[in-house]
Design a protein around this ligand. Structure first.
Ligand code: UN1
Length: 500
């Protein structure tokens, strides 16, 4: 398998220049240090924003379809480098190569979407109540957008934001997770290639800042950044949102999930088993959309649970760089500790744990591989209501659908959910106003692995933001309502007379 140096080189990065900074980049694959990256000095953030502001002033007047052309070229770079970037995601975030490539495919897809969108930034024409008047709305670029992204989707989530922001006329300042700056540098390089190919593009449309919370805070507090799009934990969102709100800026939050599944008596268990395994153990349970809670009807519980245990037993845990591996490592030792703490608490609450132990310790003493855990819970205790970023699936029984939906919704988070049923009434009830309260609600597929075409995000502590497809682009623009008088009179709205 190609090594890290070759991968970096293929992406236009020189490994030897990435050895001097204070931030140690550790690959979760084997726990070794693969780079040392300098943090952006906090005092430099203001200059970065100023450069983005200058770029904005030029970019906002470039016709949107031409802005789309830049994203089309960026998509071509991504197609060309899909394997290299996918592999770098594997090195840096530890997800299996197949999923690393999937992440890059997600970037390519959003680029295609954004190119089409660049000719469809439509506003409405609205009937005016006044004679000889016309009303319409126009969408304009809003300004520099800060994108704060998480380690688990180090490139795709950034690209959802960036592809849209760029066609909407906004430069991007990207603060990647301090665990995954290399993929950010690689994306910025590929973007630069597209800029060069198009030509006559303002500098600094995409800038990367690296660092810990202090760098993020400087960015978040800057009033020249009208929109902060942040993906990560609820804790991070709670730190970011009030700061942006204090300066009356906009934030777009995509925070934690605690995604549930209902397995109804009519469910096709041949779909439930693989659907569950992919969404609960894929990405080692480190997706914000990972399946964490299953409510299984008591009539099928005893059939399904042994099948799940069997499937879990056959899942191959190993280096994410090796073909055939389905479960790679956790991001770090802290993730392992919080997984173990959650399992201990679940046991104390009466849960029966299968799996969850450390794996491959001999081969990778400095990395954190685990066997995914199934936990049969007597009820939805506090630990089940908590998002633990690890492959833990809590299994619970239900009798009445209404009760299962109520328990499903009885968590602070509201990102994604699903029901497996072949009963139309149950499926519709789950998707109805009185059904699941999450932003993504699926039928007969798991809660993870969304396509880019839909709006992505969720309610409650998930933060309410929507990114990616549908009309999410509107978050990246400002809306102007225009009223045009083409008559020779000046009638006032609401019929007000104001005669001079
Ligand atoms: C995330 O984990 O932050 O729906 C994003 C999914 C992916 C994106 C997950 N398309 O699972």
């Amino acid at each position: 398998m190609t090594d890290i140096k070759t991968t970096l080189k293929a992406l236009g990065l020189d490994a030897s220049t990435l050895q001097k900074g204070e931030l140690e980049i550790v690959t979760p694959v084997d726990g070794s240090v693969i780079a040392r990256v300098p943090a952006t000095p906090v005092g430099e953030v203001g200059n970065v924003v100023a450069r983005a502001q200058t770029a904005f002033e030029a970019w906002r007047t470039v016709p949107a379809p031409r802005r789309g052309e830049l994203i089309r070229l960026f998509g071509e770079e991504l197609r060309r480098h899909k394997d290299d970037l996918g592999r770098l995601v594997t090195f840096e975030a530890g997800k299996i190569f197949e999923e690393g490539k999937g992440e890059v495919q997600e970037m390519i897809d959003i680029c295609d979407f954004a190119v089409g969108l660049s000719r469809q930034l439509y506003g409405l024409t609205i009937a005016s109540e006044r004679p000889g008047h016309r009303m319409m709305e126009t969408w304009h670029p809003i300004g520099p957008v800060a994108v704060i992204s998480a380690f688990n989707f180090p490139v795709a989530v950034w690209s959802w934001n960036t592809a849209l922001a760029i066609v909407c006329g906004d430069p991007v300042i990207w603060k990647p997770s301090e665990k995954t700056p290399l993929t950010a540098f690689a994306c910025a390089k590929l973007f630069e290639q597209a800029v060069k190919k198009l030509g006559d593009v303002p500098a600094n449309l995409v800038q990367v800042v690296v660092g810990k919370a202090d760098v993020g805070e400087a960015l978040v507090d800057d009033p020249r950044v009208p929109l902060v799009s942040a993906t990560g934990s609820c804790r991070m969102g709670r730190a970011v949102a009030p700061r942006v709100a204090a300066r009356l800026g906009r934030s777009l939050l995509e925070l934690g999930g605690n995604n549930g599944m209902i397995v109804a008596p009519s469910a096709d268990l041949d779909l439930v088993v693989p659907g569950t395994v992919f969404s609960a153990v894929g990405t080692a349970g480190q997706r914000c959309t990972s399946l964490r809670r299953a409510f299984i009807h008591e009539d099928v519980y005893d059939q399904l649970v042994p099948r799940l245990k069997k499937a879990y037993g056959s899942v191959r845990i190993g280096s994410p760089l090796e073909a055939g591996t389905l479960v790679g490592p956790l991001i770090d030792g802290r993730a392992f500790e919080s997984m173990q703490a959650a399992l201990d608490q679940a046991r104390a609450d009466g849960g029966k744990v299968t799996g969850g132990e450390r794996a491959l310790q001999d081969r990778f003493p400095n990395a954190w591989y685990v066997s995914p855990a199934l936990v049969e819970m007597p009820s939805q205790t506090e630990i089940v209501r908590t998002e633990t970023f690890a492959p833990i699936l809590y299994l619970m029984k239900y009798r009445e659908l209404d009760d299962a939906v109520a328990r499903h919704n009885d968590v602070p988070q509201g990102l994604s959910s699903c029901i497996f049923t072949t009963d139309l009434r149950e499926a519709e009830a789950f998707m109805s106003a009185a059904g699941s309260d999450t932003g993504i609600v699926n039928v007969n597929i798991g809660p993870s692995g969304a396509e880019i075409g839909g709006a992505f995000g969720g309610e409650k502590e998930t933060g309410g933001g929507r990114e990616s497809g549908s009309d999410s682009w509107k978050a990246y623009m400002r809306r102007a309502t225009n009223t045009i008088n083409y008559s020779r009179e000046l009638p006032l709205a609401q019929g007000i007379k104001f005669d001079l």
